[in-house]
Design a protein around this ligand. Structure first.
Ligand SMILES: *[C@@H]1O[C@H](CO)[C@@H](O)[C@H](O)[C@H]1NC(C)=O
Ligand SMILES: *[C@@H]1O[C@H](CO)[C@@H](O)[C@H](O)[C@H]1NC(C)=O
Ligand SMILES: *[C@@H]1O[C@H](CO)[C@@H](O)[C@H](O)[C@H]1NC(C)=O
Ligand SMILES: *[C@@H]1O[C@H](CO)[C@@H](O)[C@H](O)[C@H]1NC(C)=O
Length: 951
């Protein structure tokens, strides 16, 4: 990013916009009015003069509508001369933010200005330097805030949200984002289901999100109209008052065109979602689109004809027939008139191609393709869309959850940007994803090669433009809405967190908790080079080979080593740290075993004579291989494709288990269902996650025995593929509805206190006697408390010490002291909690909302803590999940402790029995440490297999 414009403008010194004196200006205004009036008279013919007196009422309306038939949406011409915002809340004090480093959004996002910002009346009044003299002149209710050179960006803008329509926690009574009454429903409006009580509003604001486009779900080919909202609460407490520049049609059936129309939004969806709901094929869905657009075109043609005739003087037609209109289809007609931002959930090349042809057939522009996992493979198709290429609104790493997303790539944003296509990162905020961490999507896109200016623009100015709101949000410019975020670090640094968030000039965080960030986090991270990987990904149509290559020599020497983290018994410790670049060390590896680390003389190594493979880490590090847990990685390739999954185990609490399986006492082992070479496994491996621990896939109470496997192994019979055949016994206690939670607990008590002779019975007995680990999936603090009581009950009867681990554990921190006392460990899944369902509603979100995260609270009470994931794609992000926890702890957690959360702690909590330290993988990173954005995994040292893998 070029650090542009160091200029410091005095507010009073800014060039004036006009140079005309007032009375000359009035003269101009009068002459303009006279000329304009005359032209208007000529163009409108005699109807203007006759209409009011002689025409029936409908005719006046029809005439008005005909005259504005070709009006295009957008702000009024003098919009930026406004002196206050239409969203200004009376009583909001003006605020002066001094000494800010402002990313303005101008010059394609390359402009950064060091200046002060004045907010007043809901808008940005000025950007420049305010001296003492001017401060005095400003109003005496002025709030002055010293940003102390902190980064400020526009408020984050989310182009794809279901906030309010799919509110959290997810309760049946308020799921209003998908109508299932038909594939084509352009007449539905997301506004009509917009709930004001969504826990996501404040959480997302705490992530810097200020504006969101709320779209209907994707169950339908045309799901309905979307609406742009600002996330702050309003004095009126209504959905309507949250809207940003809503179209006039929210109040009247048809636009009466007193003003320029405003942008509307229409959700479309291609492919698997609408197909799945309606039993359609792609052919059916596209026909449904064409039929709907054809209907709209017929109405539009009728309107055009009518208006041609009446504006041409067809008096009879005007008095007899009203302007042809249809309330169900008017929004579709508006699409054909170029007044609607068409937002299309569309994944694959086939879908994108279909939709681009549709846009040409019916001549309407597409605002953006959303999700669009294959867009980066077909940029030329996108460029063929009618009028202009659509933007592409993506996730960074979320992929492969269904077939359509199988070729999704972390390199998509950079590839699309290289083709000049507008790149947007979006959240899909709902019970599955959360918009609080939308900025993290941009950070990842940046990590994988999207340039810094475009990465920030991808969550600010670009989505603002794509939703038609670029004239007021998405930038920090004079006259724009006063929506901005003061960050505790550079916005692309891992864990960047708001210090304060302003919406319409109103500070949103009442008492923000701020963590001191290291100096290095105040500049953009120097991300690694992924040019080759990106190129390969395109060449292989999204499925590049991911298997690592073994080093050619038995001896491998890593040079340029800045730090070494090693497992020492149950913890991870920094065992080597170079003071500076001159004292970088080496690590000598023989047949996959680390023999020495330190200076080359300490290791007795003459590199010039060595026949070893030399790997320069350039200030990098060695760290223990990470472990993934929580998602069914290793048991499924594509979540929504049963033919790629192990499938779910039978559950005796719900249905008798067939005798042939062993009856109700059967116990299933995950290791029997392992599949190797999966893309998420290999991607995880390439990101330093060298092992996975997985329990059998289960939908309900009963799971079975977990296993530990290598994420890199080719197949089960290859060396080191299964690291530990059986780990722990897993069950879930959740609010499934029926049987009750109390029945599930009762079952668990019965199994532990009265085990039978079955396979399961023996395992429950071993658990009761403290021999084996029991892992219970539970989130509710009430359920967890009951489990702690049950543990004591069992221990009393058996005089034992039961090894109990809580997995999920979103509310566990509320019992931190009791858990520590009862020696119960917690694996929090996911590491960044959000209240997806009721039993997770009491999250501890961490800064800026609470002083610390739930994980830190548990750790400070000496509870053993691990972290997990909920979906396979997330395994590759483990390094960032853990790095984020460390940076958010503000120095209260060492890097070793952070690494342990996804390695030693996790293994211990899941019944890991591989004790020999020398048996565990080490990961080599170039350019930085495993937990930061500046490093790339280049090798894995595998003592089990006796090799070093290079990538
Ligand atoms: C922004 O980028 C576009 C496309 O790359 C380029 O044409 C334009 O000149 C750039 N504008 C500025 C101000 O850098
Ligand atoms: C809708 O009607 C209300 C009440 O008259 C008014 O305050 C609001 O501005 C109208 N909104 C639009 C978009 O026309
Ligand atoms: C690790 O455990 C061994 C054996 O229990 C012990 O001798 C050694 O001191 C421990 N090392 C550390 C660093 O705690
Ligand atoms: C946690 O353990 C440390 C070290 O053993 C101890 O100093 C501290 O008091 C413990 N904290 C709590 C809350 O028990």
């Amino acid at each position: 990013m070029t650090k542009g414009l160091p200029e410091t403008l005095e507010f009073s010194q800014r060039p004036r916009r006009g140079i005309l004196t007032p009375h000359i200006r009035m003269l101009y205004v009068y002459s303009f009015l006279v000329v304009a009036g005359f032209l208007f008279y000529l163009s409108q013919g005699f109807w203007t003069t006759y209409s009011t007196a002689r025409l029936p009422p409908h005719a006046t309306v029809s005439l008005a509508r005909c005259r504005s038939l070709h009006a295009k949406p957008g702000p009024s011409r003098d919009f930026h001369k406004r002196s206050y915002s239409d969203r200004f809340v009376e009583g909001t004090k003006p605020t002066l933010i001094k000494n800010a480093r402002i990313w303005t959004g101008d010059a394609n996002g390359t402009e950064v200005v060091n200046a002060d910002i004045l907010l007043d009346k809901g808008i940005i009044k000025g950007i420049g330097r305010v001296g003492h003299a001017h401060l005095k002149m400003l109003r005496d209710d002025l709030v002055v805030l010293d940003a102390k050179n902190a980064w400020i960006t526009p408020g984050i803008v989310d182009l794809h949200s279901h906030i309010g329509d799919s509110p959290l926690p997810d309760l049946n009574g308020a799921q209003d984002d998908n109508s299932l009454l038909g594939p084509i429903q352009p007449w539905l409006r997301a506004l009509d289901g917009l709930n004001t009580h969504d826990d996501s509003y404040l959480l997302s604001i705490a992530g810097g999100v200020t504006t969101a486009l709320v779209l209907p779900g994707s169950a339908n080919a045309i799901g309905g109209q979307g609406f742009t909202v600002k996330l702050r609460s309003t004095p009126e407490r209504s959905p309507s008052s949250m809207l940003l520049e809503p179209p006039y049609q929210i109040n009247s059936s048809f636009l009466e065109e007193a003003e320029r129309p405003r942008w509307r939004q229409m959700k479309h969806a291609c492919g698997e979602n609408p197909n799945g709901v309606y039993g359609y094929t792609r052919m059916d869905t596209v026909w449904a689109f064409r039929q709907a657009y054809n209907k709209a075109r017929e109405i539009k043609d009728g309107q055009d004809q009518y208006c041609n005739d009446v504006l041409d003087g067809d008096w009879a037609k005007l008095t007899k027939e009203p302007f042809p209109e249809d309330l169900q289809w008017e929004a579709m007609v508006d699409i054909l008139r170029g007044r609607v931002k068409v937002q299309v959930h569309c994944y694959e090349a086939v879908d994108l191609d279909d939709f681009v042809r549709l846009s040409q057939e019916f001549q309407f522009p597409v605002a953006a393709f959303h999700h669009a996992h294959e867009a980066y493979l077909v940029p030329d198709v996108l460029k063929k869309a009618y009028e202009h290429p659509p933007a592409v609104a993506m996730f960074a790493a979320v992929a492969r959850y269904k077939r359509e997303a199988y070729r999704g790539s972390v390199f998509a944003p950079r590839v699309l940007a290289q083709h000049g296509l507008p790149v947007v990162m979006k959240s899909d905020s709902s019970a599955a994803f959360h918009s609080r961490d939308l900025l993290f999507e941009a950070q990842q896109a940046h990590f994988y090669g999207l340039p810094e200016n475009l990465a920030i623009a991808a969550v600010t100015s670009t989505p603002a433009e794509v939703m038609g709101m670029g004239h007021r949000v998405g930038y920090i410019k004079e006259g724009w809405d006063a929506d901005l975020v003061i960050w505790d670090s550079h916005p692309l640094a891992l864990g960047a967190t708001p210090i304060q968030v302003f919406i319409d000039g109103i500070p949103q965080l009442s008492s923000p908790h701020v963590v001191e960030k290291p100096k290095a986090f105040q500049v953009s991270p120097k991300v690694p080079n992924f040019d080759k990987e990106a190129k390969d990904t395109v060449n292989y149509e999204g499925l590049p080979p991911l298997e690592p290559e073994e080093a050619a020599h038995d001896a491998v020497v890593f040079t340029g080593v800045k730090s070494v983290y090693a497992r020492t018994n149950d913890s991870v410790d920094e065992v080597f740290l170079a003071e500076d670049a001159n004292s970088y060390g080496i690590v000598v590896v023989e047949k996959g075993i680390m023999k020495c680390f330190g200076s080359s003389s300490q290791c007795g190594m003459d590199l010039s004579e060595s026949s070893a493979t030399i790997v320069d880490l350039n200030g990098g590090a060695l760290s223990p291989g990470l472990v993934t847990y929580g998602a069914p990685i290793g048991l499924e390739e594509i979540n929504e494709e049963p033919s790629t999954r192990d499938g779910a185990v039978p559950d005796p609490l719900y249905q008798p288990v067939p005798k042939i399986v062993g009856g109700d006492g059967a116990l299933i082992r995950a290791s029997d269902g392992l599949q190797f070479g999966g893309r998420d496994s290999l991607l995880a491996y390439r990101a330093g996650v060298t092992a996975g621990i997985v329990a059998p896939i289960h939908d309900l109470f009963f799971a079975g025995l977990s296993t530990t496997f290598s994420t890199a192994a080719r197949n089960k019979l290859s060396e080191g593929a299964v690291i530990q055949d059986v780990n722990a016994l897993h069950v879930s206690v959740r609010h499934f509805g029926s049987p009750s939670v109390s029945t599930q607990i009762g079952t668990l008590r019965h199994l532990l206190l009265h085990p039978d002779d079955s396979h399961a019975g023996k395992w429950f007995k071993n658990v009761a006697e403290g021999e084996e680990t029991l892992v219970v999936e539970a989130d509710s603090a009430d359920v967890i408390a009951t489990l702690v009581s049950l543990k004591k009950e069992v221990e009393k009867q058996y005089r034992s010490k039961v090894k109990l681990t809580i997995s999920g554990g979103i509310e566990a921190y509320l019992l931190a002291k009791d858990l520590a006392h009862a020696d119960v460990g917690v694996i929090q899944v996911p590491a960044r909690p959000f209240p997806a369902v009721w039993e997770q509603r009491r999250i501890s979100p961490g800064p800026p909302l609470t002083e610390q995260s739930s994980i830190l609270t548990l750790l400070e009470h000496n509870v053993t803590v691990g972290v997990g994931i909920t979906e396979n794609w997330a395994a590759q992000n483990t390094r960032f999940d853990v790095g984020w926890i460390a940076i958010e702890a503000g120095g209260r957690l060492s890097k070793g402790q952070a690494l342990a959360l996804a390695s030693t702690n996790l293994e211990k909590l899941l019944g890991g029995k591989v004790k020999a330290q020398s048996a565990h993988d080490l990961v080599a990173t170039r350019g930085g440490e495993l937990l930061d954005f500046e490093s790339k995994v280049v090798a894995v040292i595998s003592p089990r297999r006796g090799v070093v893998d290079l990538m």
